[in-house]
Design a protein around this ligand. Structure first.
Ligand code: NAD
Length: 462
């Protein structure tokens, strides 16, 4: 798509108030592929005013009509699926097939799920002698990261719009083009002016102005724990609602009765997909000591297969950060069995698919989010030890459990302090609540739970 040189405000593309721009770079070849405006605090204020002005009308639009607009949005996204995939490949670097299936496919499914939920959700309920009204939370400030750029936008905008809220979106600076495409799609779908607004630009300028704007009722943020903590503090100070989807360091627990080869193969694929830039990736593989050497050999062989097909990471900064962690793992005494810190190609921000063995739970590579194609394999002695290691980080976003018997895996999953667990390679479900325990976040996205985040209740007594 052709980049816009304006911001999408109050139903039209309008010039930003200042001259600053953000360059968009293709991480596969390091070429600049576009420029978008860097919004100022003044632009954010214009966007919030537009959203505030549009709120009364949209909030009382019957849910069935909101559903019609969301279904139209889903249809526009579906019609532009190839363009979405090409745009995400260009600005994020993900391989075309993954862009098609996941970066374009998942947001279309999520938009469709909210078209359906808007039409069917019980926005009113009887509780004894009360009528409880589920009303929109108000003006939403949405701040999103670059790793699943359209999915993260749709996972906020679609439920907010379904709830009757109006939205100002500040997407990540590395991936603003698919956000502009989304704004075009909202326009084509016929949403009233001001219901959705887009301000591209920098986190510490536009993002901060949006998070701290007094006329924003709810801030929904996905990104790093460091920034999330600040946004949570700002929102707390203003007594406004906040939803935070933050980092992760998820455990893939392979119990002795599991199909080891399958568990390792799926586990490695999970970490390498999207070049390891998945907040819920199972970056720690936990294996019983009796099976440890076999699992390490399988993981190293599986990772090597990704050397040619893995995409770059998003930016030079991210590449340097990931390589820094690989060097740290070596310095801490972990054993490299695949990949390493060297640049695998001359051009592009590539990192070799990397596997560490002999990782102990206190090492930085076992505790901190690396956000690159790096897997740590840890050993446990018994189930209690496995649980202690699995839960032994500040995070609790996701995880996986493998066992010969599903009930055995479920019993272990029930004990884990984490928001999502895949049992024996269970499939992604766009209707299941997604979000974190502990420092992985506050609140849930997707499905009916994600819709509830954008509602507030009013009780009428009779
Ligand atoms: P980031 O926190 O640097 O940026 C996320 C967004 O916040 C961007 O739009 C950025 O411009 C904005 N931002 C930055 N500083 C800001 C500030 N001071 N005020 C307001 N906004 C600001 O994170 P990132 O590097 O873009 O994304 C990677 C991180 O996101 C990883 O830690 C990853 O785990 C996390 N993540 C979590 C989930 C989840 O659902 N839990 C999903 C995807 C990514």
């Amino acid at each position: 798509m052709k980049p816009h040189d304006g911001l999408y405000l109050d139903g039209a593309w309008r010039p930003a108030s200042g001259p600053a721009v953000v360059d968009v770079v293709n991480p596969a070849d390091e070429q600049i592929i576009g420029r978008v405006p860097a919004a100022t605090a003044e632009d954010v204020d214009t966007a919030v005013r537009a959203a505030r002005a549009a709120l009364p009308g949209w909030a009382v639009t019957p849910p069935a009509e909101r559903a019609v607009r969301l279904a139209a949005l889903r249809d526009v996204l579906a019609a532009r699926k190839d363009e979405i995939a090409e745009t995400v490949t260009a600005e994020l670097g993900s391989p075309p097939a993954f862009s098609q299936a996941v970066h374009a496919g998942v947001p279309i499914a999520v938009a469709g799920s909210y078209a359906e939920l808007a039409a069917t959700y019980a926005f009113e309920e009887r509780v004894g002698n009360s009528l409880v009204l589920h009303e929109p939370a108000g003006v939403v400030g949405a701040i999103t990261p670059w790793n699943y750029p359209l999915h993260q936008i749709v996972a906020k905008a679609a439920p907010a719009l379904a709830a009757g809220c109006t939205v100002v979106l500040k997407p990540a600076e590395d991936t603003p083009l698919v956000a502009q495409l989304f704004a075009e799609a909202v326009h084509e779908a016929g949403f009233p002016a001001g219901v959705f607004n887009l301000v591209t630009g920098l986190g510490p300028v536009a993002g901060q102005a949006l998070a701290g704007h007094p006329d924003v009722d709810l801030v929904s943020f996905t990104g790093s724990t460091a920034v999330g903590r600040r946004i949570g503090a700002t929102a707390g100070g203003a007594v406004k609602r906040v939803a935070l989807e933050l980092g992760g360091k998820s455990a893939n627990v392979i119990l002795p009765s599991a199909d080891l080869a399958r568990a390792v193969a799926v586990g490695v694929a999970n970490v390498m997909s999207n070049s390891g830039q998945t907040c819920s990736a199972w970056t720690r593989m936990l294996v019983h000591s009796a099976q440890y050497d076999e699992a390490v050999a399988l993981a190293a062989a599986a990772a090597a297969k990704y050397a040619e097909r893995i995409g770059p990471v998003v930016s030079a900064r991210q590449r340097d950060r990931v390589r820094g962690y690989i060097e740290k793992g070596v310095a801490e005494g972990a054993r490299l069995v695949a990949g390493g810190p060297e640049a695998p190609r001359e051009r592009g921000y590539y990192v070799s698919p990397t596997v560490f063995a002999d990782v102990t739970p206190e090492m930085a590579i076992a505790q901190e989010e690396i956000f690159g194609p790096v897997l740590s394999v840890l050993r446990y002695t018994d189930e209690d030890d496995a649980l202690r290691i699995a839960d032994g980080t500040v995070y609790g976003l996701a995880g996986a459990v493998w066992a010969g018997d599903e009930a055995e895996a479920v019993a272990f999953a029930r004990r884990m302090a984490t928001g999502q667990v895949d049992i024996n390679g269970g499939r992604f479900n766009p209707l299941a609540p997604f979000g974190g325990y502990k420092q992985s976040g506050v609140g849930r996205e997707l499905g009916a739970h994600g819709l509830a985040e954008y509602l507030q209740t009013k009780s009428l007594q009779f």
